[in-house]
Design a protein around this ligand. Structure first.
Ligand code: ZN
Length: 107
């Protein structure tokens, strides 16, 4: 019985992940025309992510600001700078930094 429940849970997570990817795709398309719609997509994706307790994939983490949940497009509403071991995303909407570990060269 427990096992069946677990399988269903995994399935839900998989669906949640697919939905998150879809929402990001949608946000990307919508951003050119409607910034608010894109931001709304990100908020929804974040909600799904929290509800199903799935991890945000690394490649998607960089596409939104974790402070204001806005969709980030480098050069349009965020600045990208390299530091020693980090990539720093500076959100121009809420003026906050998000740092990511730069994997290329460890030393
Ligand atoms: Zn922000």
């Amino acid at each position: 019985m427990k096992r069946i429940f677990k399988i269903r849970k995994d399935k839900n997570k998989k669906i949640a992940m697919e939905r998150i990817y879809d929402l990001f795709e949608e946000a990307e398309k919508a951003y050119k025309k409607n910034h608010q719609l894109a931001n709304r997509c990100i908020q929804l994706a974040r909600k799904i992510q929290m509800k199903y307790k799935v991890r945000m994939p690394a490649e998607l983490k960089r596409k939104f600001c974790k402070h204001c949940l806005h969709f980030l497009v480098p050069s349009l509403n965020c600045r990208v700078r390299l530091q020693k071991n980090h990539i720093v995303y500076y959100c121009l909407d809420c003026k906050k930094f998000t740092r990511f570990v730069h994997k290329g060269k460890e030393r």
